[in-house]
Design a protein around this ligand. Structure first.
Ligand code: UN1
Length: 492
């Protein structure tokens, strides 16, 4: 199957362009081929989006929302099929595939509700017989660049608020996971979304991403991916005076205090560190543990890690699937070597798994390092794989300092039963998301999602905060006094 672009409600002709193979990371199976689009393809998509946006902006917001209800309904109807496609192209276990599709459905219904709110503000004027209000206005055409680790959910976080607010979009999914975008294009079409509102252009960041950022008719760029690429997006976007919303890496920690429920903490750590094979930007990759419970926690983690089943995510009994590709596998493995060279203690894992059924896929053993110090590279850099570093501390203050001593600030968590410790931690942990007595993953779509420091640039996906990315505030003054009144002058 050849996946080609969805522009102005049509599938683009296959034509004389390059196509790249889409492989199943669980077994190397050839799933499809995806178009490596050109700058010209981007221009076509932008032209369609510009044209459609003029009419789309005039559709009343509750009517725009009706399309989202229908998109949500169709996603729900096709949930199992979508989850299967997702697991095949991305590798996450099927239970998580279903969970991710559910995240998209939730986003559709939540943002559809915004169609009947999209609240503005009325504010008293300083002059008599004058009415003042601010409304959220659409911005125009937006460019969405999304990663392979959440091939559908992240796209819904961006595209659904964009369209309910009256924008049209061009979505460039990751080259590794285009099949979910293809499925979503079919859903947009089936939901009857007017042509040109939703456009999908496949291809590389260097060609398609750059063309989107540089195009003068694309007003907003929303990007989720690595900090390295995000920086380039911001630089280029800045040069073109674009509004750029960035969602980047994490080095998220679970803090386990001496009074914590250790069994619960172990469950939280396992789920958030090894779920999605550690390939979430919210994944736990550090455990900051109080010295009094360190030995016990280590023992419990080790026991549980041995029972984790690894394999093809389509098998319902499997808990951990493959990582996305060979390059990722090699990067993860290089961090194991770095950790060993730095003098950390490799307690379990640390190897590529390629025997028997795992031979053709990209599997890495869940890995735990102990005796890690906060400044080691394995405790500072994002590994994006199933590798966890255990760091010992003597107090809550030290735990918070270690948590905050990295260049990222996405998610953090504390396990404790002490209400004073919990409230102090939620205030002082320098991350956009804080969990209490839960792991670092599992953000819900109706709350803002994003982080501080190297994780972002102040914007948020999801929640009502997402509307700030896709709307412009417009202030409107209506003077019904029948005479010229002058603000700041006639008020004295
Ligand atoms: C990501 O890894 O980029 O909070 C997104 C979570 C998921 C989303 C993760 N709901 O873990």
């Amino acid at each position: 199957m050849k996946l080609t672009n969805f522009i102005d409600g049509n599938w683009q002709e296959v034509g004389e362009v390059e196509y790249t193979a889409v492989l199943n990371p669980a077994n190397g199976e050839h799933l499809a081929e995806v178009r490596m689009s050109t700058k010209e393809d981007v221009s076509l998509a932008v032209a369609a989006a510009v044209n459609a946006q003029k009419k789309w902006a005039l559709v009343p917001a509750p009517k725009r929302a009706d399309y989202l209800y229908e998109i949500g309904r169709l996603m729900k109807e096709k949930k199992e099929h979508l989850a299967q496609v997702l697991t095949k192209e991305m590798g996450k276990v099927i239970e998580e595939g279903r969970g991710e599709v559910q995240e998209g459905i939730d986003m559709a219904y939540y943002m559809a509700g915004e169609g009947r709110r999209l609240f503005g503000e009325t504010t008293p004027s300083e002059l008599a017989d004058k009415f003042a209000m601010s409304v959220r206005a659409p911005i125009g055409v937006v460019g969405l660049i999304t990663p392979w680790n959440f091939p559908v959910a992240i796209a819904t976080w961006k595209s659904f608020p964009a369209i309910v607010a009256g924008n049209t979009f061009i979505w460039k999914p990751a080259t590794e996971t285009p099949m979910m975008a293809y499925e979503m294009a079919k859903i947009f079409d089936e939901a009857g979304l007017p042509a040109g509102v939703a456009n999908i252009v496949f291809g590389s960041g260097s060609e398609v991403g750059t063309a989107l950022i540089e195009h003068q008719d694309v007003k907003v760029i929303s990007f989720t991916g690595s900090t390295e690429t995000g920086r380039k997006v911001a630089e280029l976007g800045g040069r073109h005076l674009k509004k750029v919303s960035l969602e980047m890496g994490g080095k998220n920690a679970v803090i386990v205090m001496e009074d914590a429920d250790l069994s619960l903490a172990v469950e939280g750590i396992l789920w958030s560190a090894f779920g999605t094979a550690g390939q979430r930007c919210t994944a736990c990759s550090r455990v900051i543990v109080h010295k009094d419970v360190k030995k016990e926690l280590e023992k419990m983690l080790l026991e549980q890690m041995e029972s984790l089943t690894i394999g093809d995510g389509l098998d319902e009994s499997v808990k951990i699937g493959p990582v996305i590709n060979k390059q990722a596998l090699e990067k993860i493995h290089s961090y194991t070597k770095i950790g060993q060279e730095e003098g950390a203690n490799l307690l379990v894992g640390g190897n590529i798994l390629n025997e028997g059924d795992l031979e053709k896929g990209f599997y890495y053993a869940p890995t735990l390092f102990t005796n890690v110090t906060p400044t080691m590279r394995i405790a500072q850099e994002e590994i994006f794989g199933p590798v966890v570093s255990l760091i010992e501390v003597s107090s809550l203050e030290e735990a918070i300092e270690v948590n905050n001593g990295v260049k990222f600030g996405l998610s953090s968590s504390i396990f404790s039963k002490d209400v004073n410790k919990i409230f102090r931690a939620q205030r002082d942990l320098d991350t956009g998301i804080v969990y209490v007595n839960a792991g670092t993953t599992g953000a819900e779509i109706h709350l803002p999602f994003g982080g501080t420091k190297g994780t972002g640039n102040g914007h948020r996906d999801s929640g009502v905060a997402a509307l700030d990315v896709y709307t412009e505030w417009k202030s409107i003054y209506v003077d019904f006094s029948g005479k010229l009144q002058r603000a700041q002058i006639d008020t004295e």
